[in-house]
Design a protein around this ligand. Structure first.
Ligand SMILES: CC[C@H](C(=O)O)C(=O)SCCNC(=O)CCNC(=O)[C@H](O)C(C)(C)COP(=O)(O)OP(=O)(O)OC[C@H]1O[C@@H](n2cnc3c(N)ncnc32)[C@H](O)[C@@H]1OP(=O)(O)O
Ligand SMILES: [Co+2]
Length: 134
């Protein structure tokens, strides 16, 4: 794991939270992007070298819809940047971690992503992100 790539925050209304985080961070979102496979609309902010990803659900099947129903708005996941996702997945499997089914897949912000189950990582949902080849 090279660094924290972004912190994912589940929000009910992306437009409302975009305005809030623009005031909070003092910068506008640099990208809004839907990821249909995850049923999410995302909005990204840069804060110095760090990134914040806001996520709203675009359908009831979305993991974000379920999270909001059960836990409400808040920090949803921590994403780590990895240079070689397949290699990192192999290393993690050797360490006894399982990758959630259906991953790796294309994520937002030009990444290929995979997730571990939060029950294996102290109830923190961990995402792995590799730059998709341009
Ligand atoms: C890919 C686009 C974008 C990007 O960055 O590129 C994204 O980040 S998309 C983000 C949305 N997509 C995902 O989160 C995909 C991975 N998540 C899942 O597959 C599910 O959300 C899963 C498996 C983590 C949970 O789904 P499940 O149906 O099992 O939900 P439950 O409510 O039954 O939860 C089971 C258990 O896990 C705890 N839980 C669930 N979500 C989280 C979370 N985000 N952080 C911490 N813990 C979580 C939940 O509380 C349950 O624990 P229990 O003790 O049994 O109550
Ligand atoms: Co993410």
């Amino acid at each position: 794991m090279d660094k924290i790539e972004h912190i994912g925050i589940a929000v009910k209304d992306l437009a409302v939270s975009n305005a809030l985080f623009e005031k909070l961070l003092g910068v506008p979102s640099y990208k809004t992007e839907e990821v249909a496979s995850e049923g999410v609309r995302t909005s990204f902010f840069k804060s110095g070298p760090n990134k914040i990803e806001l996520l709203e659900a675009i359908n009831d099947e979305s993991p974000i819809a379920n999270f909001l129903d059960k836990k409400g708005e808040g920090v949803h996941h921590i994403a780590f940047a990895v240079g070689d996702l397949e290699k990192e997945i192999e290393r993690l499997k050797q360490e006894g971690f399982k990758i959630l089914p259906g991953f790796p897949k294309n994520g937002a912000d030009n990444k290929i992503v995979a997730f571990l189950h939060p029950k294996e990582t102290n109830s923190v949902l961990v995402e792995l992100c590799q730059e998709a080849s341009s």
